[in-house]
Ligand binder design. Structure first.
Ligand code: ATP
Ligand code: MG
Length: 148
């Protein structure tokens, strides 16, 4: 289906309206791609999980930058937050089922499943997920999906 990416981002943000307001987060959008041919349910799942994490692991008055663009033959979706970050040695572990970073898991609720499913979906779509982070500064997730 033709997915209206811009609309979908708005919809996902509206689901988390309360959480965003409670933390006084600033949302920055760089939406260069309006529509993309994909499965809307899967796309919603990917965005919901990345945005949910970007809210949960963010700081008060932090920001979330959501970007979409086409690059070569890929749709690039990225979500960057100004939160607690992910320690260098953990960036591979976070995609494992039920894995949660142990020194912070008591502070934040969650099951540790979100990213493992995200990774599976991205793999199934022949895409790629990349994470870049610096502890206590930022976390950036980039999803690359091939254009069919
Ligand atoms: P849920 O299943 O409800 O999403 P969760 O958020 O704990 O639970 P994942 O989304 O799979 O699970 O994330 C796994 C772990 O990776 C998290 O517990 C957290 O430690 C770390 N993590 C994920 N996203 C971020 C982020 N944006 N900033 C910092 N740490 C993160
Ligand atoms: Mg999560």
């Amino acid at each position: 289906d033709e997915v209206d990416v811009e609309n979908l981002i708005e919809y996902v943000l509206s689901k988390f309206k309360m959480e965003i307001e409670n933390k006084q987060l600033k949302i920055i959008k760089n939406i260069d791609v309006k529509t993309f041919y994909s499965d809307p349910t899967l796309m919603e799942f990917l965005l919901s999980n990345l945005i949910s994490n970007a809210i949960k692991y963010n700081k008060e008055n932090g920001s979330i930058e959501i970007s979409t663009k086409f690059e070569d033959d890929y749709l690039i979706l990225s979500v960057k937050d100004t939160g607690i970050g992910i320690p260098e040695g953990e960036t591979e572990n976070i995609f494992k089922r039920f894995y949660r970073i142990s020194d912070i898991k008591r502070q934040y609720p969650g099951s540790g499943l979100g990213l493992s499913i995200v990774k599976r979906i991205v793999d199934n779509l022949n895409g790629e997920i990349i994470v870049k982070s610096e502890k206590n500064k930022y976390t950036l997730f980039i999803i690359k999906l091939p254009i069919k």
